[in-house]
Design a protein around this ligand. Structure first.
Ligand code: ATP
Length: 429
């Protein structure tokens, strides 16, 4: 099942998007509708609200007087927190029941106005944010909802900022134009990303990769994307993961790279990697069959030490390689060290870009990423490895350590500079 979180500021156009997704075939779980449902007359939720705020917030026939409750809590953060403490867990419980009831191949869309404010993005395969400039939203509230400008602005100010919301977005649906344009954007997203993503998930398939070893200009957004992917992986695999690090060229600011985000997932041993494999597949990272090791480097030549598991994205919209390596193994150390060396050494970066350009040129016609990676290998072993090790000696760089009992999902044991890293010399990176 593909789980999508849909959010956006007040009057951004979420309902338009949600309605279109439902027409296209998504199962919609609407947090606002559930928030009304859990305080319907006679519910335990309503009884708790009346206990907390007195029966003044009830209508004469025992329903919830929303206008009155709104007046009681609006502008009083402590009261709002009490109300949210009653409503939000009930909504999540109902939402979870509806999600569980959906069939395995479904695209389940949860419309959650406060998704960003409540930090729920990591629980979804993708977060869609509907976005429109603040002035446009104010105008829509005034025109369609009879609000005064100050009222509309106050409602907006009580929510996350537009920047924070955009930072949580995997997909931004621009709603500065017409509703028809918004619906057309939803249709394209459905056809080209959501449907194939759901099919790949159900079939445990990696999304096909197109384009070959084309270098993209360094994208400042890669870091934020990696951060979101890491938070999701840590939420999806609560056991056996010591750390998840952004590695590879996209983890080095300013470095041109193939638009593939490499992540390294640290485990104690490869038996743990095999244990978590089904959870990774459900999180959108099926295993890449057949890849069981990195290419050994001269400083640690024993091929048996370079074992790994490789998983990759089911999402056709975001190529990701997920390298699972045992903490302390040479391939694991190389990935972290190479990234940190490139981050700190401009000359190393320039050399690496030149090498990538040379090798990409060789494979311009055959579009083979495997051939591209194999050709880079000589550079890694002959040129980069000795320079990197000299840098290690000079700077005293050390990889993180994870003493027994530490590091449940990266909570401890991360050494300075080890928050993310490079995946050199691997067949797919
Ligand atoms: P809320 O946060 O209050 O639930 P929402 O994000 O669901 O709001 P909508 O209800 O979809 O927002 O849209 C807000 C208002 O703006 C509605 O009256 C809707 O019809 C209107 N609207 C949405 N998109 C457009 C558009 N592109 N052009 C004109 N009006 C629009």
């Amino acid at each position: 099942m593909l789980k999508i979180g849909l959010t956006g500021g007040i009057a951004s156009g979420k309902s338009v998007v949600a309605a279109r997704l439902r027409e296209l075939g998504a199962v919609l779980v609407d947090a606002d509708a559930l928030a009304r449902e859990v305080v319907e007359p006679g519910t335990p939720g309503l009884a708790r609200v009346a206990d907390a705020f007195s029966t003044d917030v009830l209508t004469p026939d025992g329903g919830l007087d929303r206008a009155r409750l709104g007046a009681v809590v609006f502008g009083h953060p402590e009261r709002l927190a009490v109300l949210n403490g009653i409503i939000h867990p009930l909504v999540r419980e109902r939402a979870a029941a509806l999600v569980d009831a959906a069939h395995g191949g479904a695209v389940v869309v949860q419309d959650i106005p406060l998704l960003v404010e409540t930090g729920q993005g990591k629980n979804f395969h993708l977060v869609l944010v509907v976005d429109a400039p603040d002035a446009v939203r104010v105008q829509r509230m005034v025109e369609h909802r009879n609000m005064r400008i100050e009222q509309a602005r106050a409602r907006m100010a009580a929510q996350a900022s537009r920047e924070d919301r955009l930072a949580a977005a995997d997909v931004v649906l621009d709603n500065a134009g017409t509703k028809a344009e918004l619906r057309a954007a939803v249709d394209r997203l459905w056809e080209h990303r959501l449907v194939p993503f759901a099919l790949n998930l159900a079939g445990h398939k990696i999304a096909p990769r197109a384009g070959g070893p084309v270098l993209a200009a360094a994208d400042p957004d890669w870091e934020g994307q990696a951060r979101r992917l890491i938070a999701r992986l840590q939420a999806a695999v609560p056991q056996d993961v010591l750390a998840v690090d952004h590695i590879g060229s996209t983890a080095v600011p300013g470095l041109d790279a193939k638009d593939v985000i490499d992540l390294q997932l640290s485990v104690r041993d490869l038996a743990a990697a095999d244990r978590i494999s089904p959870l990774l597949a459900a999180a959108g990272y099926p295993r890449w069959p057949g890849i069981i090791s990195d290419n050994p480097k001269p400083s640690h030549p024993n091929p048996a030490d370079w074992g790994k598991r490789l998983h990759a994205n089911a999402d056709p919209g975001r190529p990701v390689n997920l390298h699972i390596r045992a903490a302390g193994s040479p391939g694991w150390r190389y990935a972290l060290c190479f990234r940190d060396w490139l981050r700190s050494d401009a000359e190393a970066r320039a050399d690496y870009v030149a090498e990538k350009g040379r090798v990409a040129g060789l494979h311009d016609v055959d579009k083979s990423t495997a051939g591209y990676a194999a050709d880079k290998e000589g550079w890694f072993t002959g040129y980069a490895a000795p320079r990197m090790e000299a840098w290690v000696l000079r700077t005293g760089w050390q990889p993180p350590s994870y003493p027994p009992g530490s590091g449940a999902n990266g909570a401890a044991g991360t050494a300075p500079g080890a928050a993310s890293a490079a995946a050199p010399g691997t067949a797919q990176s």
